[in-house]
Design a binder for this molecule. Structure first.
Ligand code: XIL
Length: 355
C-alpha cells in the first residue's frame, strides 16, 4: 500500500485534533509495563537520571545494554574480561523484575584496538572462541537471548551470498558465522540464539537486496544445521521512507515457516529528513512503527520488541543523524521530558499489559 504523504500528514493532523491514532487514544497514553517491551539503556544514563530509571521500570519488562556487553567494555585486553558494568545492569534488571538480552557477541564494528594484532585464521578463531565461551558462560541462565552475530549483511549487497566485510570474514571466511552460533549453543543450550540485522524494512532496492541477503544467510545456516532460533530486526527506521509492508511480511512469514522466531531488537525512527513540525513528525514516526509492527504481526504476535533507548533525551540518533535545522530529534516512544508520544501508543497496541 502506498502512503500519500500529504494525506498522511493531513490525516495525522486531523487525528491529533480528534485525539486518536489508528483508533487509539493519543493522550491517555498507556501507563504500565508492557509484556515483551523493553529498551536499550546505558549504565551511565541510568545512574545519572532517576527519571530514566523510573521510566524504564514504569514501561518495560526487559532491557538490553547499549555498550556494556560489547567488546570495548568487556575486553580491555586480549587476556582480560571486565564484567563489572554489564553485571551492574543485570543487577538493575533483576531488582526491577526485568529480563535482559545480550547484545552482541560478534560484530564487524566496535572492536578494541588490541584486536588489530589478530592477523591469521588460527588466532582469529582462538580469540572468537575464547570471547564466546567466557562471556556466554558468565551469563549462562541469566539472559533471555543473545545477538550472536550482528550485522553480517553488507550495506549494499551485490548478490545475496555476499557477507559484510569484517576482521572475522577476512580471516575466517563466512564460516565464522556458523562457528559462532555453535560455540554459543555449546556453552548455553537454553538461551535464544539470534541473528540480528538492519535496513530490511523500508521500500527500495537496497532494502530488497538486504532482505534477499538475509534470507540467503538464514537459509544457509539452517541447511547446515546451525543452532539458530531467532531473527532480530533492528528496525532502525527512516522517517522519510515508507515501509515495504508486503516485502517485510513475506520475509517474516518465511522465517517463521522455517521455525524461527522474529523479534524487534533496536526500534527507533530517524526523523532527520522530516519537516520541522513536531506534531507531524511524531505522527509519521508512529505511522512507520505501526506499519512495521502490523506487517510482522498479522499472523503471529511479536513476543519481544525493544526500542534503542526509551526517551528522546538519550538516543544515538541525536549524535549520528542530527537535523539540519538543529531541532532535537524525536526518534523514541517518550519525549525528552519522559512524556509518552504517539509512538508509545503504538507499542501499547502491539503488546499486552504485563501482569
Ligand atoms: C550504537 C550505539 O547506540 C552508539 O552509541 C554507538 O556509538 C554505536 O553503536 N546497530 C547496533 C547497535 O547493533 O549496537 C548500535 O548502537 C546501533 C546500530
Amino acid at each position: 500500500m502506498k502512503i500519500n504523504r500529504r494525506g498522511l500528514i493531513a490525516g495525522g493532523l486531523a487525528a491529533i485534533a480528534s485525539g486518536t491514532l489508528n483508533g487509539l487514544p493519543l493522550h491517555a497514553a498507556s501507563g504500565g509495563r508492557r509484556d515483551g517491551y523493553g529498551a536499550a539503556v546505558t549504565l551511565a544514563d541510568l545512574q545519572a537520571d532517576v527519571r530514566l530509571r523510573d521510566a524504564v521500570t514504569r514501561y518495560c519488562t526487559q532491557i538490553v545494554p547499549v555498550y556494556e556487553l560489547k567488546w570495548p567494555t568487556l575486553r580491555p585486553s586480549a587476556h582480560m574480561f571486565d564484567f563489572e558494568k554489564a553485571d551492574a545492569l543485570l543487577d538493575f534488571a533483576r531488582q526491577n523484575n526485568l529480563t535482559m538480552r545480550g547484545h552482541n557477541l560478534v560484530w564487524y564494528a566496535d572492536l578494541p584496538e588490541w584486536t588489530r594484532q589478530i592477523s591469521d585464521a588460527s588466532s582469529a578463531e582462538t580469540a572468537l572462541r575464547d570471547h564466546i565461551s567466557t562471556v556466554v558462560a558468565h551469563y549462562r541462565g541469566k539472559l533471555t537471548s543473545w545477538d550472536v552475530v550482528n550485522e553480517a549483511i553488507p550495506e549494499f549487497p551485490r548478490k545475496s551470498t555476499e557477507r559484510r566485510d569484517s576482521l572475522w570474514l577476512h580471516l575466517l571466511g563466512s564460516n565464522y558465522i556458523r562457528m559462532a552460533f555453535r560455540a554459543v549453543a555449546e556453552v548455553d543450550p537454553d538461551v535464544q540464539l539470534t541473528l540480528n540485522d538492519y535496513d530490511i524494512e523500508s521500500v527500495g532496492e537496497r532494502f530488497s537486496a538486504r532482505r534477499a541477503a538475509l534470507r540467503d544467510l538464514v537459509s544457509e545456516l539452517l541447511d547446515t544445521g546451525t543452532p539458530l532460533h531467532a531473527v532480530g530486526l533492528q528496525a532502525h527506521l527512516h522517517g522519510e521512507l515508507e515501509i515495504d509492508t508486503e516485502g517485510l511480511a513475506k520475509c517474516v512469514a518465511e522465517f517463521r515457516a522455517w521455525g524461527l522466531e522474529v523479534i524487534v531488537t533496536e526500534l527507533d525512527v530517524d526523523d532527520q529528513k522530516l519537516a520541522a513540525s513536531q506534531a507531524v513528525r511524531d505522527m509519521i514516526v508512529a505511522k512507520r512503527v505501526d506499519d512495521v509492527l502490523s506487517a510482522i504481526s498479522s499472523d503471529v504476535p511479536v513476543r519481544s520488541i525493544l526500542t534503542w533507548g526509551l526517551s528522546d533525551r538519550y538516543s544515538w540518533i541525536n549524535q549520528m543523524f542530527p537535523r539540519g535545522d538543529h531541532l532535537p530529534n524525536r526518534p523514541l516512544p517518550l519525549d525528552a521530558d519522559f512524556q509518552p508520544k504517539p509512538f508509545m501508543n503504538v507499542i501499547s497496541k502491539f503488546t499486552r499489559e504485563a501482569t
